[in-house]
Structure formats: structure tokens, C-alpha cells
Design a protein around this ligand. Structure first.
Ligand code: BGC
Length: 252
């Protein structure tokens, strides 16, 4: 099956046709900068432009940084709040003229990693964490997605700094850059986050993805947790491939 996979982010909207049997991208990834403001209409139109670029006529799968239920967005991180409450599946489908499935972006990245990447043979509870501008999470039990986990938004109390705040604002890659942390300093924070996740989720494995995963050589050795840690290798392709997989697994 061939599906156009699209990954909507706060800075770019990226897409490519994907072969959902193999997880291969069938074209050169095409990216358009996220419109500012990223209103519902502007974002959906950009998705339409990506479909036009590929002259796409088939099914579409889209990942958004949104909690998503039955096609409707309940949150919108780094996008205009006009997306909240909108039926994104219908809006995308109307614009593109094909059936569309929408999914949370971290859940999409997780699907790609679990079907085609380092998570392929993972049984039990796998927690995929995407580290980028935000922190995304995707939970899989026996390979089945438990959607919309949003575990980047637990409250984290950093022992060293006595700060209790939304974990994402302390451990995302954007926080590392904002606070000018060395990879080692960031790893100390991220270890605290992972320890918190061990305490409440008890996963069998952590799988780290997102843009920061490319820098694994700089931080992996500093993470001190009991749970095995793996790093996703699909990098920035995971969001697109997983969005396409959502159409295959959850589409009509
Ligand atoms: C959002 C999640 C999203 C993550 C990564 C978070 O701020 O709440 O829905 O998966 O960012 O984009």
C-alpha cells in the first residue's frame, strides 16, 4: 500500500509517499515552512500543496503535535489554537480529495520505530520519547499503540535546581539550547526525567527519537537508568513514515 505521509511541526511541514509494506519513503522528502500564524486553514492548505507537489491521489496520513481523538484535535503545541476542536481528518481529506487519517506526531514516530526500526522486536511496554522542540511520548504494549500519552508534560522537580515545572520545558532539546547546557548537563536533567518515567510507567525499554537522537554519542553514555535505552535510527523520516502507517493501521 502507498500512502502520503505528512509530519506537521512548528517550523516545517514535511511529506513523502511511503510504501507501508516496507516503510521505505518513495520520493524525496518535500518540506514547506510552517505558515505563521499556523492557523487551521493555512496548515491544511500547506498539506494540500505537499499533496499537489507529489500529484497525490491516494490515502494520506498526517502527524500533528496535537492530542487527537477520532480525527479531532484537542491540543495544538506550537500551532495556532484554531486547530483545537477542528476535525482535522475531514479538513485534510476535503483539501486533498482523498481519505485522511490524523495522529499525534510522537505516536506516528513511534509507529515507524516499532514497525520498521529498533522497536520491531520489542514485547512488553515500550516507551518511545521524541526529543526536539518539545518532548513527545508514545507507548506501545505488545506492539499495540496506547495513543495520546503526552508524558512530556508530567511535572518534573529537578533536585539540583529545585525547579518543579512541565518536564518538556526542562528537558526538550530547545531547553538544552535555551539554558546553554553541555550534553552532560542536559543528560543529568534527562536522567531525572527517565527515572521519573521508570517510577510511574515501568517500561521494558526506552526508545529515544526526535532530532536530538542524532547526537546519541554525546549523551547516551551519561544516562544512568536501569531500563534499557535504545536510540531510534529513522531520524527525521520517522514522523513521515509513521504518519503513513497510521493510515494503514487506523484508516478505513
Ligand atoms: C505536544 C505533543 C507532541 C510533542 C512533540 C508536545 O508539546 O504536547 O503532542 O507530541 O510536543 O511534538
Amino acid at each position: 500500500m502507498q500512502v502520503l505521509g505528512i509530519d506537521v511541526g512548528g517550523s516545517g511541514i514535511k511529506g513523502s509517499p511511503v510504501d507501508t509494506n516496507t516503510g521505505e519513503m518513495l520520493g524525496e522528502r518535500f518540506r514547506i515552512a510552517t505558515p505563521k500564524p499556523a492557523t487551521l486553514e493555512a496548515v491544511v492548505d500547506t498539506i494540500g500543496q505537499i499533496a499537489e507537489h507529489f500529484e497525490w491521489k491516494g490515502p494520506v496520513g498526517c502527524g500533528f503535535p496535537c492530542v487527537m481523538r477520532k480525527g479531532i484535535a484537542y491540543t495544538a503545541a506550537n500551532l495556532d489554537k484554531s486547530l483545537i476542536g477542528a476535525d482535522l481528518a475531514k479538513a485534510v481529506s476535503d483539501r486533498v480529495g482523498s481519505p485522511a487519517v490524523v495522529i499525534n506526531d510522537a505516536d506516528a514516530a513511534g509507529l515507524a520505530v516499532m514497525r520498521f526500526g529498533v522497536g520491531k522486536d520489542e514485547k512488553g511496554l515500550a516507551m518511545v520519547i521524541t526529543i526536539g522542540t518539545g518532548i513527545g511520548s508514545a507507548l506501545f504494549y505488545e506492539g499495540k499503540l496506547i495513543p495520546n500519552s503526552e508524558l512530556g508534560h508530567v511535572t518534573l522537580n529537578l533536585k539540583k535546581e529545585g525547579k518543579a515545572q512541565d518536564a518538556e520545558t526542562l528537558v526538550a532539546d530547545s531547553a538544552r539550547k535555551r539554558d546553554d547546557l553541555s550534553w552532560k548537563e542536559w543528560s543529568v536533567r534527562f536522567t531525572e526525567y527517565l527515572k521519573n518515567m521508570e517510577l510511574v510507567m515501568n517500561p521494558d525499554v526506552f526508545i529515544l527519537g526526535g532530532g536530538a537522537a542524532k547526537k546519541k554519542d554525546k549523551f547516551l553514555k551519561h544516562l544512568k537508568v536501569d531500563t534499557p535505552v535504545k536510540v531510534a535510527t529513522l531520524e527525521n523520516r520517522a514522523g513521515i513514515i509513521g504518519a503513513a502507517m497510521a493510515s494503514r493501521e487506523f484508516g478505513q
